[in-house]
Design a protein around this ligand. Structure first.
Ligand code: SF4
Length: 75
């Protein structure tokens, strides 16, 4: 299985990545809107229904389908 991106990874920290989008610090990341998650971000390449998948930003490490980071882009 592919390595999962850790929230404590330095690059993940710089983007405020959370494996659970509902845990995003909304006071710090005001762009976050309910319903946004990796699975519906245009930088995500995971298969529909899979628990995790690739993200352009994080190379070989997979991000959580229900995760979020500050580079979220509407798809
Ligand atoms: Fe998730 Fe998109 Fe951030 Fe990648 S860029 S971690 S897919 S929200």
């Amino acid at each position: 299985a592919a390595e999962q991106l850790s929230e404590s990874d330095p690059q993940a920290l710089s983007y405020g990545y959370q494996t659970d989008a509902s845990k995003v610090d909304k006071s710090k990341y005001a762009t976050y809107q309910a319903g946004q998650e990796c699975a519906n971000c245009s930088l995500y390449s995971g298969k529909a229904g899979a628990p995790s998948g690739g993200c352009v930003l994080f190379g070989a490490k997979e991000v959580a389908a229900h995760g979020w980071c500050s580079a979220y882009t509407n798809s």
